[in-house]
Design a protein around this ligand. Sequence first.
Ligand SMILES: Cc1cc2nc3c(=O)[nH]c(=O)nc-3n(C[C@H](O)[C@H](O)[C@H](O)COP(=O)(O)OP(=O)(O)OC[C@H]3O[C@@H](n4cnc5c(N)ncnc54)[C@H](O)[C@@H]3O)c2cc1C
Length: 380
Amino acid sequence: MPRATDVLIIGGGPVGLFMAALLLQHGVQVRVLEQRTAPEAHSRAIGIHPPALAALQRAGVAPELVAEGVAIRRGIAVVGGRRIAEMAFAGVSDTFPYVLSLPQTRTEAVLERRVRELDADALHRGVRLTRLHDGGGRTTAEATSRGGPLRFSAALVIAADGVRSTVRALEGTAVRAKDYPDCYLMGDFADSTGFGPDAALFLADEGIVESFPLPGGLRRWVLRLAAGPADVDAGWLARRVRDRTGVDVDPGTNSMLSGFGVRTRVVRRMVSGRTVLIGDAAHEISPIGGQGMNLGWLDALALAPLVAAALDGSGVAGQLRRFERARLGAAARAARQSEINMALGRPLAGRLLAVRNHAISAAAGVPAVNSLLARRFTMQ
Ligand SMILES: Cc1cc2nc3c(=O)[nH]c(=O)nc-3n(C[C@H](O)[C@H](O)[C@H](O)COP(=O)(O)OP(=O)(O)OC[C@H]3O[C@@H](n4cnc5c(N)ncnc54)[C@H](O)[C@@H]3O)c2cc1C
């Protein structure tokens, strides 16, 4: 017999775990299937924006995250060792006037603990969804696990299973795809900048270098590269950082090194029958601008009340259509914003470089434009 539940969430990443916490708080019975037997060790996202912090507050986890993270209250743009622009986040939110920096691994650990606190049996690790079929007003999910095959039956399936979503593939959901020429290399090192909790963008002519504070006296460096990095190590990254920014970074303190390319993948439909796609399964956005995880949490926040109402027998078809339209619109805006961020970071030479840097400096110097950009940058 399949194990019955109200809602089956596929994927126990940050979005699936947050979705589970919200629904469990509403009294909804939830099971989360996560194929990994242990949490993901790679720190990807670090930036949590004010609207996402407000959402996380609803799941009771914001204070713990804020206590552990670094509040970035200001970003600075640097050219040739000179600060040419500054953007403060003071006016972007009354409650959270900053972007919180915390490695995704820590954020997921806090969310997982919250889910287990609400229901110790909700998260099933080491269980991989392989098939879905509908019948009798419910969906049956087949999964594999070390202990053998498992079956679950649910009134609703929420797919938060990431960029290689199994559910999306099983359903044959159409996707709008865009690839970009940009490649990046990122690494975490001891902070030697003296910038404290400020984020810094170094507008170098060979391509942008981004630098963000992390908890524990660390800093993340992200370099734009012309081609995918091959055979590089911490020393290579440290030398490029010094060449482009003048900052000395000690390769001996490196604790993470990772290269990535960028692309956009946005589904045409998030809702199909009794299945809803959210998070990266619905929209993969370039990490430049740091919006992907935040976008997924805001999907979950918007979906939670509709799920609770649907399970209570209320008709929510119209609301689900509006949910889908609004969330796909938010994904399109995030994709556009990340395209602007990537374009600003591409290498430029001579006059074009001078014009771009002057435009950034001039725009930041106009208070109304500066505060508009700060709101855009923080997803508002
Ligand atoms: C280098 C980098 C930097 C980034 N920086 C930022 C940032 O600063 N800010 C930001 O907002 N975003 C950032 N992102 C994006 C962010 O990491 C993702 O948007 C986020 O992880 C998406 O969460 P998710 O839960 O939707 O998917 P995932 O984190 O991918 O989680 C999906 C989960 O589903 C599980 N799963 C998949 N298939 C199955 C299956 N068949 N059965 C069971 N389980 C399954 C997977 O094991 C995984 O745990 C960054 C991404 C990268 C690569």
